[in-house]
Design a protein around this ligand. Sequence first.
Ligand SMILES: O=c1ccn([C@@H]2O[C@H](COP(=O)(O)O)[C@@H](O)[C@H]2O)c(=O)[nH]1
Length: 267
Amino acid sequence: MERLGTRLCIGLDPRPEWHPAGVDLWDHCRDVLEACERYACAVKPQVAFFEAQGLRGLEALFRVLELARQIEIPVIIDAKRGDIGSTAEAYAAAWMRGANAGAALTVNPYLGRDTVQPFVDAAKEEGGAIFCLVKTSNPGAGDLQDLSTDRGTVSEVVSSWTTDWNEVGKGYGPVGAVVGATRPVELHRFRQLLPRSLLLLPGVGAQGGKPADLAPAFHPGGRGAIVSASRSVEYASRGSDFAIAARGSAKELREAINTACEVVTPR
Ligand SMILES: O=c1ccn([C@@H]2O[C@H](COP(=O)(O)O)[C@@H](O)[C@H]2O)c(=O)[nH]1
């Protein structure tokens, strides 16, 4: 974020049916990532879109991880894993330890606090991070996440776990939080509830979130939040100019986010 002056994360959600003829999953991801790398502080492949293509898709995902390593861009693996503890350990082994580890993994905490612990342990042991779903960007997020409990709403309870996992200390801890960019009025509250968490904000562009509304998610100096955009960058064009269009969209978004959090965009 500091080196490139950007808080933008490029999402890779490849849909081969939107590609120009002859451009496969890997070609598309590679060209988009290479075109946008200087405007992005992270890349977020959504595992579902790779899994949907079977072995070919998984191979493309592993190549994305390898390319990201080469060009030194941190990978947030968006797999939203969550299961009973022993299975969560296997998910953590798959995505946070060893050859296919990213810099961070998204985790679904809604099976309970114990099920997140293996991911927290892996993050602390491996020097990685997780982003725990706190308040998601989808229209029905409040069905469960806004329910009241004797300790606040469900999403506020998850926020308090997240803050506990980060413990007391300086700087950001290894447990970040996903808060939808589609919910600007709630950002200030979550920023306060999650003082040591990096916030990952998906939902800009295709889901209607606007960079100009995201200032409350940031700490002074434009710190503490990453804005993720997938379709609006990767498919800024569905024609053969897709990489150039993706670069243009990433550049514009970087600037709009920097303007919102009052940071000067490097030339
Ligand atoms: O609350 C959430 C959590 C994750 N996502 C993921 O982010 C991208 C959004 O894609 P766009 O094309 O920019 O809308 C996608 O991979 C989701 O699974 C989210 O949207 N909201």
